[in-house]
Design a binder for this molecule. Structure first.
Ligand code: PLP
Length: 376
């Protein structure tokens, strides 16, 4: 009997040279959260991202957001403005700092933070003597947010921006790489992301001294002394040299990974855009998405569920779009500035399998299942 294998939403895709770097780490006994691959991976990323940035590789994207908040002196009682339509890891580090998130809804062109609602929220908080300490904007599913508009508002009120690029390595905004468009960028190399180190992240800083401060905090904040002296709270957030080796191998194939994901999107769009019940997110002029995940917006919750359940019966993973943070039980008491857009996306949207390792047979199998949906 022919058994079909499960198709995942986004699974790791090794390029082939990763094990050579890992073997080198073993051969040289650099089995530690420092070593030549840590430096090498940082240099690879620095070269790739451009814009004269400084990169610190860390244990996760969540750790990078946490350190970014520390570097911006966000602390107990502060408010931080955060995109509501995102994964919870964008917002959880605000709570780690004892600060309070205020959630901002999306605009329709990119599904990311609405500049209009951002400014309304800032004015409201300033009026109440609660000027926000930082803004966390997210390039969700790889689509760049409206960085120029957000930056103009952020500068006007002098509030720094943390750019959550966990899903957007390889996306560009008017020819600049995502993760380099703001005060501090963050990346993730979790197993489901466009490239992976199994788990990992990076903080992208504008200056060498900010990078050094991030590295200092990520390695237990040891002051300069022969014994262990601590005058600030430290974290164990540095990336392992073994995992950085995987990252170096993955950086050799990043362009192929972006192309493959973009081709998945084109395949779905070509074969599904004739249905009025399915909409795709278009790239505005100057925006290039890595299409980390191909998302569709259907005409109703029922259509969305029909597609999801049909796929699931054939062992194909798909998933509703992110449930907005302002609807999450953990954040239910948080202030939010909303317009219904993220709630509508959560109601009708679906993430389709989007791995760079999907074969044409996989894509055809997914498509044939979607075409079986009665509501289309
Ligand atoms: C994956 C992800 C993170 C967290 O990154 P980890 O490396 O998994 O900690 C943060 N924000 C977004 C939008 C993500 O998708």
């Amino acid at each position: 009997m022919l058994t079909k294998t499960k198709i995942y939403l986004s699974s790791p895709h090794m390029g082939g040279t990763e094990q050579k770097f890992v073997a080198d780490a073993f051969d040289t006994n650099w089995i530690a959260p420092l070593g030549p691959h840590v430096d090498g991976f940082e240099n690879d990323l620095r070269r790739y991202l451009g814009n004269d940035k400084h990169v610190a590789v860390l244990s996760s994207g969540t750790a990078a957001i946490h350190l970014a908040l520390q570097l911006l002196n966000v602390s107990n009682g502060d408010e931080v403005l955060c995109q509501s339509f995102t994964f919870s890891a964008s917002a959880n580090p605000i709570l780690y700092q004892g600060a309070t998130p205020v959630f901002i809804d999306s605009e329709p062109d990119t599904w990311n933070m609405s500049p209009e609602l951002l400014e309304i929220a800032i004015k409201d908080r300033i009026e109440k003597h609660k000027k926000p300490k930082a803004i966390i904007a997210v390039h969700l599913y790889g689509m760049p947010y409206k960085a120029n508009e957000i930056n103009v508002i952020a500068r006007k009120y002098e509030i720094p921006v943390i750019e959550d690029s966990a899903e957007a390595l390889g996306s560009t905004y008017f020819n600049q790489n995502c993760a380099t468009l703001s005060d501090i960028g963050i990346l993730s190399f979790n197993g489901n992301k466009i490239i992976t180190t199994s788990g990992g992240g990076a903080l992208i800083a504008n200056t060498q001294s900010l990078k050094e401060k991030a590295v200092f905090l990520s390695t237990q904040a040891r002051d300069n002394a022969p014994h262990y002296e601590h005058s600030s709270i430290g974290y164990n957030y540095r990336m392992s040299n073994v995992l950085a080796g995987i990252g170096r191998g993955q950086m050799e194939v990043i362009d192929d990974r972006v192309n493959a994901r973009r081709q998945n999107f084109e395949f779905y769009k070509k074969n599904l855009s004739q249905f009025n019940s399915i909409e795709f997110l278009q790239e505005p002029q100057g925006f290039v998405s890595n299409r980390w995940i191909t998302c569709i917006k259907t005409d109703s919750f029922e259509t969305r569920e029909q597609i999801r359940l049909t796929l699931s019966e054939d062992d194909i993973e798909s998933r509703p779009l992110w449930k907005p943070m302002h609807m999450q039980p953990i954040f239910k008491d948080c202030l939010h500035f909303t317009n219904g857009i993220s709630e509508d996306l959560f109601d009708k949207g679906l993430c389709l399998p989007s791995g760079s390792n999907l074969s044409q047979d996989d894509l055809d199998r997914i498509l044939n299942n979607i075409l079986k949906t009665p509501n289309l």
